[in-house]
Design a protein around this ligand. Structure first.
Ligand SMILES: [Zn+2]
Length: 404
């Protein structure tokens, strides 16, 4: 069995290295965005989803245009090809999508472009290797210190990320224990349910909330500025509207990337094989109070999770959203009176909780029921809660008292 974890490690950057790391990030994004541009509509009008084809066409050019090592240039191209592939999948499903654009400050490192140590990492940059010490919390029982200190966890790869003036290494770690089970399909699986909403962008069945305050604040600010500029009515104002729009979109995207990464970490830390979302096709009817920015954000969030989760062996899936907000996750009684804004109170069994949390559990349960009705005789599946799990009948199982 493999245990995978993402350790989010804050980095101590040596004096003067910040500029080189930033330049590395910019050049990596340049590689990814150039490749995205080239792949999205190839010469023949078809999307290119072959890494080999993209590398053959772009490698020499990008190697000349940047100061990156061969490995980082390849990683930049591959990152774009992966995103284009996801886009093509969405087109096949008849969903709205557009050319992938990489705006988040992030670089993908594997063991050839980085050397991962237990107390520091050596990163390939535009100015050769730079060594960054880890800043780890003292408590050796909590992540990331727990995983970094555990020699059984091996570093597989990492994402260097720049956020709010700080540098982080999102290290993917893996621990191999005992022998692999041959029939992995019969392995017990656990899923993470996610509810998307206007007050909380995301709430998981494990009881973690991502409030939408900041998002809503930016959104209102944007609408207000746009209104003011529109009142001016000049051509200059129109250009300003566009530039405000780009700035806001960039901000939103960074935030959505962060939430997506944190959702994936949540799934990994709870040993979940799937992250379950509501299907967003009829989102306008399901959440009538959602603005176009919310709907855009929900779709982007799902897309980010869907394509990033696979790197960690986790799968993003969508289920029928019907009744997830007015159904009781404990007894199944479904009624509009069960829900009053943010509070859920079951009219039948008396179960009470935050409405979004109840909905997140239902989203997970919906996936369990779908698998059951599909006659998939395979492994049992549970929904992961804050403590313990729920099975398909809504029965609660407390957590094991001892670690197996
Ligand atoms: Zn109930």
């Amino acid at each position: 069995m493999d245990y995978r974890r993402t350790a989010v490690i804050k980095l101590d950057i040596p004096d003067g290295a910040d500029a080189f790391l930033r330049e590395t990030v910019e050049q990596f994004k340049h590689c990814a965005n150039t490749a995205s541009e080239w792949c999205w509509h190839g010469d023949d009008g078809f999307h290119v989803t072959s890494k080999a084809k993209a590398e053959t066409a772009l490698y020499d050019q990008l190697k000349t245009e940047t100061d990156l090592t061969a490995n980082l240039v390849q990683k930049g191209i591959r990152r774009a090809v992966e995103a284009v592939k996801s886009g093509v999948e969405r087109i096949k499903r008849g969903e709205d999508t557009s050319k992938p654009h990489f705006s988040a400050d992030s670089v993908v490192y594997d063991k050839r472009s980085a050397t991962f140590h237990r107390d520091h990492v050596s990163l390939s940059t535009v100015d050769g290797r730079i060594e960054c010490e880890y800043i780890l919390p003292d408590n050796s029982e909590t992540p990331p210190t727990k995983y970094v200190a555990d020699e059984d966890f091996e570093f597989r790869m990492g994402h260097l990320q720049y956020r709010d003036g700080e540098w982080y290494l999102h290290a993917s770690m893996q621990k191999e224990t005992a022998e692999k089970t041959p029939e992995s399909t019969t392995e017990h699986r656990t899923v993470l349910g996610v509810d998307l909403g206007v007050n909380n962008l995301a709430v998981t069945s494990t009881g973690t909330f991502w409030p939408a305050d900041e998002f809503n604040h930016w959104r209102r600010e944007y609408e207000k500025r746009r209104g003011d500029l529109q009142a001016c009515g000049s051509r200059h104002a129109h250009e300003n509207i566009e530039s405000v729009g780009r700035k806001e979109t960039g901000r939103f995207e960074i935030q959505l990337h962060t939430v997506a990464n944190e959702l994936i970490t949540e799934a990994i830390e709870n040993d979940c094989s799937h992250i379950v979302f509501e299907d967003l096709t009829h989102i306008r009817t399901e959440i009538p109070e959602a603005s176009w920015q919310h709907i855009w954000a929900f779709r982007r969030l799902y897309e980010y999770v869907e394509y990033k989760a696979t790197e960690h062996g986790v799968e993003g899936v969508q289920v029928d959203p019907r009744n997830t907000s007015n159904r009781c996750s404990t007894c199944g009684f479904t009624h509009d009176d069960n829900r009053h804004q943010e509070s859920f109170a079951c009219q039948q069994c008396g179960y009470e909780n935050h409405a979004d949390y109840n909905a997140a559990k239902n989203v997970g349960l919906q996936y369990l029921r779908r698998r059951q009705s599909a006659g998939d005789g395979g492994a049992p599946v549970d929904v992961r809660l804050n403590r313990g799990t729920l099975n398909v009948s809504g029965e609660y199982n407390p957590p094991a008292t001892t670690q197996a």
